[in-house]
Design a protein around this ligand. Structure first.
Ligand SMILES: NC(=O)c1ccc[n+]([C@@H]2O[C@H](COP(=O)([O-])OP(=O)(O)OC[C@H]3O[C@@H](n4cnc5c(N)ncnc54)[C@H](O)[C@@H]3O)[C@@H](O)[C@H]2O)c1
Ligand SMILES: O=C(O)CC[C@@H](O)C(=O)O
Length: 526
């Protein structure tokens, strides 16, 4: 049975799902060295934002197949290192969207009305109504930086409260911004005009210290800024100074450059700053959502199925996966077959998407073909995550082409592998949308489903040859399950495709090629 380590607090709903397929150990608060020591036993690691999954941990996780982040941000995982090791990294892109958006709105209102400090004051026995005079958000301008999932929900709620919306997001269109009800502007204008600024962007090299002493100096003295996205997008020292010097009116922060927040000037600011300990996703609902979302993906991957939100499998979102799943299996089978026919070291793989497949996304099919091609060399170590990297490292060049005019089948895939021992090609299609059929081998038309053990011969189409091959196989106790000949012209060259019940015994291939008329023979295991 597989083993899963849960190293941050995760809702029980997720643990229950994992327990269906694995032994689950919940060990929270581990130090990096403790995690390194035990990670080698586990097939999967499930985390929230508390565990930092470094390259060292990934290298120690020799059995790891998947890292599941119960949340959105994967900045606490070394994703490139996971990719190099063929480990799938999944997240829950939408499970905590509402929770994070509502936290940002709550922060904005709490900051405007000084609710946290007023609450503390009353609890201390005071009745001070002067100190806590606030500001309304109605008719004020909210500048939203990042109009993705959370930013869009913040926009909808803020609009309903009568706020005017400005948005900055270089990756969305004006039309999308209009749909959200935001006027798309550049960052400078947003910073200068907004009464409230809320950040909903990832932390990247471009967004690190996006809000700094210079940008803070351009804000209105009455402006308030909210960060429920990622620590480090705001320069904390510059922010503390700007509030203390009255350059801006206040800030509400849920995330920090370093978490937990250590000694910081931010703590010494009174009612004009609100600090929460990374609570954006901490609602009962969001924790159930993300735990279920990620646990289901870990379960699926441990069962050998694909994950729907893998961040390091390019182009393989749930919609694409649903549509292409049967074709991915076809691509993998053809890759495996053509790799074995080519033998030696493959240097070039030509992938042609034919018929209706020509209009589909090609990247997942390329990845699946490469996974199949590399299977003989790498076995279980190659997967959808690292197939492209492994191929690149082996110097395998990939060419993709499309031909919508091929209409023999609704959609078909043609793979041609050129290597040190020559060139071979195979074509396959799906029958009834599911069943894989080989429809061409080395240019000869056939129509056979692939089987685990197969034998292909290239021979002259002449009387008696099938009988001779059958007798030879019989003398080695090899049972033929099915056989088909593909030829272009009568008594010309032909291909024979045989499904056999067991692997071919050692030495028999040489005997087969000695049969008069048989030029070549290949055995494959699929
Ligand atoms: N505080 C929390 O607990 C909590 C919870 C959930 C998410 N988050 C964080 O919130 C952020 C937003 O999450 P989301 O789900 O909305 O992500 P998302 O991917 O849906 O949206 C992010 C948006 O930012 C935009 N963007 C990227 N780089 C930008 C840049 N340089 N300038 C302006 N816009 C840029 C993207 O185009 C995208 O539209 C992430 O950092 C996520 O980790 C925090
Ligand atoms: O795990 C958490 O509570 C925080 C999650 C949040 O930062 C996220 O990116 O989804």
């Amino acid at each position: 049975m597989s083993k899963v380590l849960v190293s941050d607090p995760i809702d029980q709903a997720g643990i229950d799902i994992l327990s269906q397929v694995a032994t689950v150990d919940v060990k929270t608060g581990l130090k990096p060295a403790e995690l390194i020591e035990i990670i080698g036993e586990y097939d999967a690691l499930m985390i929230r934002s508390g565990t930092r999954v470094t390259q060292e941990i990934i290298e120690a996780g020799t059995q790891l197949k998947i890292i599941g982040r119960a949340g959105v941000g994967v900045d606490n995982v070394d994703v490139p290192a996971a990719t190099r090791h063929g480990i799938v990294v999944v997240n829950s892109p939408e499970g905590n969207t509402i929770a994070a958006a509502e936290h940002a709105i709550a922060m904005m209102l709490a900051l405007s009305r000084h609710i946290p400090d007023a609450n503390v004051s009353v609890k201390k026995g005071e009745w001070d109504r002067k100190t806590f005079v606030g500001a309304e958000v109605y008719k004020k301008t909210l500048g939203i930086v990042g109009l993705g999932k959370i930013g869009s929900h913040v926009a909808a709620v803020a609009k309903a409260m009568g706020m005017k919306l400005l948005g900055y997001d270089p990756f969305i269109s004006t039309e999308r911004a209009e749909q959200i009800g935001c006027q798309l502007v550049d960052l400078d204008l947003l910073i200068q005009q907004a009464d409230y600024i809320t950040l909903h962007i990832p932390k990247t090299s471009e967004t690190a210290h996006l809000i700094n002493a210079k940008t803070l100096a351009k804000m209105k003295p009455t402006a308030r800024i909210i960060n429920c996205a990622r620590g480090g997008i705001i320069d904390e020292a510059a922010l503390a100074a700007a509030i203390k010097e009255g350059k801006i009116a206040g800030a509400a922060l849920d995330v920090f450059e370093s978490e937990p927040l250590a000694e910081s000037d931010l703590r010494s600011i009174g009612k004009d700053i609100i600090l929460t300990p990374h609570l954006g996703a901490s609602t009962a609902e969001a924790q159930v959502n993300v735990a279920i979302d990620v646990a289901e993906q870990i379960r699926d991957v441990l069962l050998g199925l694909p994950a729907r939100s893998a961040v390091n499998i390019p182009g393989l979102g749930p919609d694409v996966l649903e549509e292409l799943k049967p074709y991915m299996q076809l691509a993998e089978t053809l890759g495996n077959l053509v790799g074995q026919l080519a033998g030696g070291r493959v240097e070039l793989l030509n992938i042609r998407l034919q018929g209706e497949l020509a209009t589909n996304k090609s990247q997942p099919l390329v990845v699946a073909s490469l996974k199949g091609l590399l299977y003989q060399a790498l076995r279980e170590r190659v997967n959808y995550v690292n197939a492209s990297i492994e191929a690149k490292e082996r110097g395998i060049r990939v060419i993709e082409t499309r031909d919508a005019s091929v209409r023999d089948y609704a959609g078909s895939l043609h793979l041609e592998a050129t290597g040190t021992l020559g060139t071979h090609c195979v074509t396959g299609a799906l029958l009834g949308d599911k069943e894989i059929h080989l429809t061409d081998v080395d240019g000869f038309p056939i129509n056979v489903p692939p089987s685990k053990y197969m034998l292909f011969t290239l021979h002259r189409d002449m009387p008696g040859i099938i009988g001779k091959l059958g007798s030879l196989l019989g003398s080695f106790n090899v049972n033929i399950a099915s056989m088909q000949v593909g030829r272009k012209i009568v008594r010309g060259d032909a291909v024979m495709a045989l499904s056999i019940d067991d692997p071919l015994p050692e030495g028999i291939l040489d005997e087969i090629t000695k049969v008069p008329g048989i030029r070549d023979a290949y055995t494959v295991t699929l």
